[in-house]
Design a binder for this molecule. Structure first.
Ligand code: HEM
Length: 507
């Protein structure tokens, strides 16, 4: 590609990131928790710990190893005499108060609570309850974020019975209006909502917005683009150079390399765009649940740092691939570094990173690299079956004839490696073989494995039937129908994977 068009592409990339940086920049603004009248209670002295009610055991049974509310005080559905001083929530894993929000809905009015800095454990959040709230039915709406960046929210209800102080007239459970200093408005991180929302009536189920169809689709696009980037990088480094070109085919080899590099650039651009879109979507989910959050709060978490590395790694790879020419002596090294580097940053936001398992992260990196070399490589191979404008009719077919056995040799290594590391992934995150048909995570893995079996069967058909035929002089375009089917089923595997990574594995 000529210099001016490369500059244009890079300028477009720069504009895209500026666009992305704007909301992140806004997120850097300090969080205001007291605007609009929400009382900010200073951290209580250590002495309050003794007075802190212990959360009741397992009144909110967790359904997996993903973050869930384990218990609360007051407990779910409890009836308490008078308002307690604090509300405490115990989760199944450590939680960060800066990335958690709790709102009480009392008599149709929402009150955003301020958390106490001191808490009995890293998995417990403690919130001051303002004075003067009316008795009656209370809905607690909570949102927080797990170690793997998974935002989770839910709600539960309890009832406060009016207590009658000695000599005082009986307090009624009727709404008494917003307490002094609270103002009856919800302010979470500066975002105000109107009083008395009417949807506050019934308790909701815990929900995980990352499992919504749009989030699943976005993750699938993200994975597909990464598979293209990694697959193309390995195709350029390994498959094209060792394709057994004959004497006199130097030009065809160079053209094949240039063609692969052009497609690699498009894959790199798509991967950078998909990474940015995914980041924006994640940010929207976090904002919806938590209100404004600061970048510092996010970067204080394992997943926040994972996002940073992932975004930086994929963007750097995209920029370098666009800057370097296919004919440059450094092109193969760039492609190899892209392959290894991007494979290493992908698992930094997944279950393995959330669990803090180095073995899990490395195994996942090998899994992603192997799966991408296999499926992404197949996509690049099939692209050679398309006639190229201006090229003699024979050229793409001749290239395909050379590239097919070279790709096959790579696929024979990476396909079993994908299955092996996929099984290890499941053994590390899943609940064992018995859960494969029982729990939701196991069932998704079972479905994924069944689809992968179809992809493997089609691959074996190509290896045993098509490849020997092509070596014997048959038209290599015979690969296209069943190769496209193999690629199509593999794309369904990618969609299933994007459901899998948002499904809580059982303990
Ligand atoms: C065509 C074949 C396959 C492709 C394209 C593929 C792709 C992927 C991708 C992109 C990830 C996400 C990695 C991340 O975000 O960290 C993943 C994770 C995973 N894969 Fe595969 N995979 C394939 C085959 C398999 C097989 C055969 C198994 C099981 C036997 C498997 C089990 C898993 C598991 C358990 C995870 C971890 C999900 C989590 O974080 O909870 N995969 N795979």
């Amino acid at each position: 590609m000529e210099f001016p068009s490369r500059c244009g592409a890079l300028a477009g990339l720069g504009l895209f990131w500026l666009q992305l940086a704007a909301p992140l920049g806004a997120a850097l603004a300090p969080r205001s928790v007291d605007a609009g009248g929400v009382e900010v209670v200073p951290a209580a002295p250590v002495a309050w710990r003794a007075a802190l009610p212990t959360p009741a055991a397992a009144d909110h049974p967790p359904d997996g190893v993903h973050l869930a509310l384990r218990s609360s005080s007051p407990a779910k559905d409890a009836v308490v005499d008078g308002w307690p001083d604090v509300l405490s929530l115990e989760f199944t894993e450590d939680v960060d108060p800066a990335l958690s929000r709790v709102v009480l809905v009392v008599a149709g009015t929402e009150y955003g609570l301020a958390s106490r800095a001191e808490r009995p454990g890293a998995e417990v959040l403690v919130y001051e309850i303002p004075e003067g709230l009316p008795a009656g039915s209370v809905e607690v709406r909570w949102s927080t974020t797990g170690d793997d960046g998974h935002p989770v929210s839910g709600s539960f209800a309890f009832t406060v019975r009016a207590v009658q102080a000695a000599g005082a007239p009986a307090e009624t459970a009727a709404p008494v209006g917003p307490p002094a200093g609270v103002g009856g408005r919800l302010e979470v991180g500066g975002r105000a909502e109107a009083d008395g929302r009417t949807d506050a009536a019934g308790p909701q189920e815990e929900r995980d917005p990352l499992q919504s169809p749009s989030q699943v689709a976005l993750r699938a696009v993200f994975y597909a683009s990464l598979i293209g980037l990694l697959g193309g990088a390995l195709f350029f480094t390994r498959v094209v150079p060792s394709a057994g070109w004959r004497d006199g085919e130097e030009q065809l080899r160079n053209e094949s390399a240039a063609r692969t590099w052009r497609a690699l650039r498009i894959a790199a651009l798509l991967a950078v765009l998909a990474t940015g879109l995914r980041l924006l979507a994640q940010q929207a989910v976090l904002r919806e649940l938590l209100g404004e959050i600061t970048l510092a709060d996010v970067l204080d978490t394992t997943w926040g740092r994972g996002w940073l590395w992932q975004t930086a790694g994929i963007t750097a790879a995209g920029v370098v691939v666009w800057l370097v020419r296919a004919s440059a002596s450094s092109a193969r090294a760039v492609a190899l570094i892209t392959f290894l580097g991007v494979a290493l940053v992908v698992p930094l936001t997944g279950h393995a990173a959330g669990e803090g398992s180095v073995v899990g992260v490395l195994n996942d990196a090998v899994h992603v690299a192997a799966a991408a070399a296999w499926i992404g490589g197949l996509a690049f191979l099939l692209a050679f079956a398309r006639p190229v404008a201006g090229a003699p009719d024979d050229d793409p077919r001749r290239a395909l004839r050379r590239l097919l056995p070279s790709f096959s040799r790579v696929a024979l290594v990476v396909a079993p490696l994908t299955v092996l590391t996929g099984v290890v992934n499941y053994l590390l995150h899943g609940a064992g073989l018995a859960a494969l048909l029982v729990d939701p995570y196991g069932r998704v893995v079972t479905g994924k494995t069944a689809l992968v079996a179809v992809v493997l069967a089609l691959g074996a058909w190509h290896n045993r039937r098509i490849e020997p035929g092509v070596a014997g002089g048959e038209d290599p375009a015979r690969l296209v129908p069943s190769g496209s089917l193999e690629l199509g089923v593999a794309l369904v595997v990618v969609i299933v994977t994007s459901v899998l990574v948002a499904t809580p594995p059982m303990e």
